[in-house]
Design a protein around this ligand. Structure first.
Ligand SMILES: O=C(O)CCC(=O)C(=O)O
Ligand SMILES: [Fe+2]
Length: 226
């Protein structure tokens, strides 16, 4: 299982389950300095980021395709540290069905309500079956010390996830040509040869740590004390 630390400035309903089993604490000042900068630089958050989830992934660990759901303001900032990893964005099943039947009217229908999904313990909503071979799915390589921000349709209409596997496919990685450092990794990391352009698989060999920074919208201040 992934290890995680859950920092929150606020007490939120879905964190109750975690609060007593995981490390939940007020966001420390070294971290608010970072999240405040993200807010200022991007101008994408209406108020200060008040929730940070720190995940640790071993090379064979990922996170199943999910949506972060309506508890958060629909902008996510993910800081990646240590190992590179491939994150996949796959269309929500409802969006996919609409694309198949009515490609002109993609946004006219509501996506399923959160009640139809399950909470994965981090406030996110798990969804099992997705199809990464879907032509409208795409992937990004998250390099160490990178910041990924996604919002709008990427938040509402797509699931994001990381495969539970040491080998990550580079086929659909949109930013692979920008990841120069990959070329300097040990040649074992890029299977089949030296040049990453010629090959389509990346081997994860180190632990990755991510900081998922979000803004919780609905605050339940009096639920419990820390
Ligand atoms: O570790 C990551 O890059 C993704 C984490 C994530 O999607 C989440 O915590 O909801
Ligand atoms: Fe997520």
């Amino acid at each position: 299982m992934r290890a995680f630390i859950h920092y929150t400035q606020v007490h939120i309903k879905f964190s109750i389950k975690l609060s007593f089993t995981a490390c939940t604490a007020a966001v420390p000042s070294w971290l608010t300095r970072i999240t405040d900068r993200i807010c200022q630089w991007t101008g994408l958050f209406p108020s200060a980021i008040n929730h940070v989830l720190i995940n640790e992934y071993h090379p064979n660990q990922g996170i199943m395709p999910h949506q972060d759901g309506p508890a958060y303001y629909p902008v996510v900032a993910i800081i990646s540290l240590a190992s590179p990893v491939v994150i996949n964005f796959t269309p929500h099943q409802k969006l996919k069905e609409q694309q198949d039947t009515d490609p002109q009217d993609l946004l006219a229908h509501e996506l399923p309500s959160p009640a139809e999904t399950e909470n994965n313990g981090s406030g996110s909503q798990e969804r099992g079956a997705t199809n990464e071979s879907d032509p409208s799915s795409s992937s990004l390589m998250l390099m160490p010390c990178s910041l990924l921000i996604f919002k709008d349709q990427a938040y509402t209409d797509y699931l994001h996830g990381i495969q539970d596997s040491e080998l990550h496919n580079l086929d659909k990685v949109e930013n692979v040509s920008q990841c120069q450092e990959l070329k300097h990794l040990h040649s074992d990391s890029i299977l089949g040869g030296m040049s990453m352009e010629e090959h389509d698989t990346f081997r994860r060999s180190a632990t990755r740590v991510s900081l998922t920074c979000r803004l919780v919208l609905k605050v339940h201040k009096k639920l419990f004390k820390i």
